[in-house]
Write a protein that binds this ligand. Structure first.
Ligand SMILES: Nc1ncnc2c1ncn2[C@@H]1O[C@H](COP(=O)(O)OP(=O)(O)O)[C@@H](O)[C@H]1O
Ligand SMILES: N[C@@H](CCOP(=O)(O)O)C(=O)O
Length: 289
């Protein structure tokens, strides 16, 4: 039976709001086969076991685009925390679309998968790295467009995951509709230099370019202990702490790993204790095994 494996993703990376994202080596996997007369899901939380399930919706969209109307049986094995800003919804969508390819003779192209996924998500910065792996930029021009950007291998990524969820829809709803020109201009410059810093491994440039004006100032207020965690992690590693996607996870980008002492301090000073994942960039993206 085909197995689909899709990585977690961390979108935005500060100033790259809705356009930059990176794939991380934490995965959702799905064992899939065709079903007779209805969709069947295994190992899925009851509240997500409905026809609205994103994996099922994406599977049917993909199958329909290929000209098929049928059913799927899928066993979920999901390690990506849900509604924590690590792209669990994009992982569901990319997996469902890859499952449509895995179970049919006709295949969607990578670009067709990307277009369908972005239409479902509404923003492309998780879908791009979830599908292609690596560090990606994406935008909507005449269609959804993405490119993989170079990433220096020296960076390490630490995901700090609180016990509480932040729904992406809600975290988008709290953002302003417009911004002062000075802030918009600063964000553009910062996003370009952030990409350069990630390409060259220049930590000093990364820190200068990491300030965001579009979402982090608003969303950090939704994350209890954000300032405390930022202080502990940045002092310990000399790295930079971003809000991952729309939160609640925070992503530390640094040249050296978070020390055991800092990890213990975070555990002691958060309640319930935040989970800490030491991660690397996934370079391959969503795949059928
Ligand atoms: N393992 C899973 N099983 C079922 N549905 C999931 C799973 N992971 C994610 N989802 C879907 O994705 C939604 C979370 O999306 P969202 O709030 O955008 O958070 P995230 O930042 O993790 O992408 C859930 O409400 C659910 O619909
Ligand atoms: N650019 C989006 C990214 C949302 O990512 P998620 O992992 O929180 O779904 C945003 O910032 O709203």
């Amino acid at each position: 039976m085909p197995i689909i494996k899709v990585p977690a993703t961390s979108a935005n990376l500060g100033p790259g709001f809705d356009c930059l994202g990176i794939a991380l080596d934490l995965y959702d996997t799905f064992t899939v086969t065709k079903a007779e007369s209805k969709d069947v899901l295994h190992n899925v939380e009851e509240k997500y076991c409905t026809p609205d399930n994103l994996f099922l919706q994406a599977y049917h969209k993909g199958a329909e685009k290929l000209g098929y109307s049928d059913y799927i049986e899928a066993e979920f094995a999901c390690d990506i925390p849900i509604s924590r800003g690590l792209g669990s919804s994009a992982a569901m969508i990319i997996s469902g679309l890859l499952a449509a390819n895995a179970l049919h003779e006709k295949k969607l192209t990578k670009d067709e998968i990307f277009q369908l996924a972005c239409d479902m998500e509404g923003h492309p910065d998780n879908a791009a790295p979830a599908l292609a792996g690596g560090f990606c930029a994406a935008m909507h021009g005449t269609a959804w467009t993405m490119t993989k950007l170079p990433l220096d291998p020296s960076f390490v990524f630490t995901a700090l995951v609180p016990d509480f969820a932040v729904e992406t829809k809600k975290a988008r709803a709290i953002l302003p509709d417009s911004y002062p020109r000075k802030e918009a201009a600063a964000n553009i410059g910062h996003a370009i230099f952030l990409a350069k810093a990630l390409e060259t491994g220049n930590m000093d440039l990364l820190k200068q370019a990491s300030k965001d004006y579009l979402h982090e100032p608003y969303r950090s207020q939704l994350i209890t202990d954000f300032d405390k965690i930022k202080d502990i992690t940045e002092t310990d590693t000399d790295g930079h702490l971003f809000i991952s996607g729309s939160g609640s996870t925070c992503l530390l980008v640094s040249a050296r790993p978070l020390s055991k002492q800092a990890q213990d301090e975070i555990s002691a000073r958060t309640s319930p204790a935040w989970k800490i994942y030491s991660l690397h960039c996934d370079r391959d993206g969503g795949r059928i095994l």
